[in-house]
Design a binder for this molecule. Structure first.
Ligand code: G6P
Length: 620
């Protein structure tokens, strides 16, 4: 969600930066700020909470002037929504300013070290830690790009940053670490632009360079130089972006689905923003209009959804039951609405409906919400589309995913964001009900914070193998996906992804149930995708894999990176990083999406608009 804009050239930098931030308003934010430099005036910093309009009013009263500057729209992660927490942040000397998108996973550790060195902090943000570190190294090397490089080497997590220093008044340094935040550089005629997202700078240029992981760009009026984090020069292609706005939004990608798969690290971060308080081990899910007392009264939850969102509901059941110890029933919305469900008795008003929907317009899900309302049951909706019907119907509040528009019909980033939103909801319930201590909640928060980086690692490391496997298996007529417990819904989702976009018949099954039917289908032609992380059910999965092998099925295992036993048992192992078992589904599903996508492309199918399917199903 946070937006980044930078400019150096001969235009009025304030105008370019504010205009760019306006183009990114759709991403959502809670405060904004700019830093503009002019040699005769010096560094001018303006920040405001709330909408950009507030910042513009501030600028009308206290204008800024200069031809170099940076701006940022912030969605709070560390620290509340205050002017002091808004970006840009300054180093100790006040001569360097920094803006950031992302989360610094080890910021508490770095902050502790700086405090020991005598540094003082004005904000609660992780970004101020970056600014102070850049300042520390700048004063050692007297070179901004070296200082930025050295700082980035110490950060853990995914970040996009832009920095400048008044002692190098014609230079912006932009960098990208991991895949959690993009950086695009727009090339102009004796002027250059920097942004987190393409729309911010399309008014000025169509010639764009996309920074890759660990790229550091030195951006000056007349030139842009890109190096790797270690200082070695790298060449990045210049992409000419078409004028058609939809094609422009697709950027360099062949399909939206591929773009949306790649956007997941950022989406996983955006769903967390403003909702976690790491220091106090608290979940601040202010979207929910239910008090702690309301949440304590809840004894049963009905999760209703359709399609991929229904799979998210199945995962939500595990999360809520394990973390908050509240019973959950999961229903297809289209079944729920016609089964005359008994939701709660008149004297025990203890039920809650949890609707999960990307579009917020799926007719059956809306009808299920109406049914709950008619029975006096409140509903909470996990929903992506802002202002959609489901968001409005949810009297307990919509929990927005903030994943940005999802265009590909097959849901990817909305699904993984739904899992994290459900996790936050489960933790919020646990907090109200006292089933987890703040220390335990802090551990979950730490794992959530590390998740976007692990998702980025998963995408990067599993894609080459997924492509190879797609080449090998794209002519298959059937595929079986097996998982257990919380990864059973992931088997269902993997099968759904494959069938909906490649038209290969695919089934997801609980692995233990395989011997009661699907085992009859297994032969040497059949790819069997087995999800087997090292959890309490790992050994059972391994024996299911043996059973598949004994029938000559081709086993593709999804397991933890470096799992040698699994590598030995399966024909192919797709290794993903380990996280908490309840969060593992988020990482496990990613290679399944990538595999399905490449199979579809190899089969000549339109991955974005599969036949007969619609993105939002507003009819019965
Ligand atoms: C359609 C889409 C799916 C989606 C389902 C539910 O079938 O093609 O991708 O999962 O509807 O949509 P919703 O907007 O309610 O999540």
């Amino acid at each position: 969600m946070c937006g980044i804009v930078g400019y150096v050239g001969s235009r009025d930098a304030t105008e370019v930066v504010i205009n760019g931030l306006q183009r990114l308003e759709y991403r959502g934010y809670d405060s904004a700020g700019i830093a503009i430099y002019d040699p005769t005036i010096g560094l001018q910093l303006r920040r405001s909470v709330g909408k950009l309009h507030n910042l513009q009013q501030r600028l009308a009263a206290e204008p800024t002037r200069g031809q170099i500057g940076i701006g940022h729209t912030r969605w709070a992660t560390h620290g509340g929504v205050t002017e002091i927490n808004a970006h840009p942040h300054r180093d100790a000397s006040g001569t360097i300013v920094v803006i950031q998108n992302g989360i610094v996973e080890n910021y508490l550790q770095l902050k502790g070290r700086l405090i020991e060195l005598g540094y003082q902090f004005e904000s609660q943000t992780d970004t101020e830690v970056i600014a102070k570190l850049v300042g520390l190294y700048y004063h050692q090397h007297r070179d901004l790009v070296t200082a930025v490089r050295q700082t980035l080497q110490e950060l853990r997590g995914g970040n996009a940053i832009v920095a400048f220093c008044i002692h190098e008044p014609d230079t912006l340094v932009a960098a990208r670490l991991g895949n959690a935040g993009g950086v695009v550089i727009g090339l102009g005629d004796n002027e250059q632009f920097i942004a987190s997202d393409i729309p911010a700078i399309l008014d000025y240029t169509r010639n764009l360079i996309f920074l890759e992981d660990r790229d550091v760009a030195v951006v000056r009026r007349h030139e842009v130089t890109i190096t790797h984090l270690d200082g070695t020069p790298v060449e990045r292609a210049i992409h000419a972006i078409p004028w058609d706005p939809i094609a422009a939004a697709k950027g360099d990608y062949r399909h939206f689905m591929q773009k949306e798969i790649d956007e997941q690290p950022r989406a996983l971060m955006d769903v967390l923003r403003g909702r976690i308080d790491q220091e106090h081990g608290r979940i601040e899910l202010t979207d929910i209009r239910l008090s702690d007392a309301d949440l304590r009264r809840v004894r049963r939850i009905y999760a209703v959804a359709c399609g991929t969102a229904w799979h998210a509901g199945l995962v939500a059941k595990f999360l809520i039951e394990q973390l908050a110890r509240v019973r959950v029933e999961v229903d297809y919305a289209s079944e729920f609405r016609y089964r005359n469900p008994i939701l709660q008795s008149d004297d025990e008003r203890d039920a809650l409906l949890l609707a999960i929907t990307q579009s917020g317009e799926t007719v059956d899900t809306l009808a299920a919400m109406e049914e709950a309302r008619n029975q006096g049951v409140s509903s909470v909706a996990i929903v992506n589309a802002i202002g959609s019907q489901a968001a409005r119907l949810a009297d307990g509040g919509p929990i927005y995913l903030h994943a940005g528009p999802e265009i590909g019909v097959a849901s990817t980033k909305a699904f993984t964001s739904m899992l994290v939103a459900a996790y936050l909801f489960a933790l919020r319930l646990a907090q109200a009900r006292g089933t987890l201590t703040p220390a335990q909640i802090r551990e979950h928060i730490q794992a959530l914070i590390e998740l976007p980086g692990k998702a980025a690692q998963t995408i990067e490391q599993t894609t080459p193998l997924c492509i190879k496997l797609a080449e090998r298996y794209h002519k298959a007529s059937n595929a079986l996906f097996l998982g257990r417990q919380i990864n059973y819904p992931i088997a269902l989702e993997g099968a759904l992804k494959l069938k909906e976009i490649s038209y290969i018949h695919a089934e997801g099954y609980p692995a233990g149930e395989m011997k009661h039917g699907p085992i009859a289908l297994i032969d040497e032609q059949m790819p069997v995708i087995c999800i087997a992380p090292r959890d309490h059910i790992y050994e059972k999965m391994v024996s299911n894999i043996e059973q598949v092998r004994a029938r000559h099925g081709q086993v593709i295992a999804i397991g933890h990176l470096g799992d040698e036993l699994l590598a030995e048992k399966a024909h192919h192992l797709i290794g993903v990083p380990a996280t908490l078992p309840l969060l593992q589904p988020v990482l496990n599903v990613i290679p399944l999406q990538i595999f399905a996508y490449h199979v579809a492309v190899l089969r000549g199918c339109d991955a974005d608009q599969p036949r007969n399917l619609a993105k939002s199903v507003t009819v019965e």
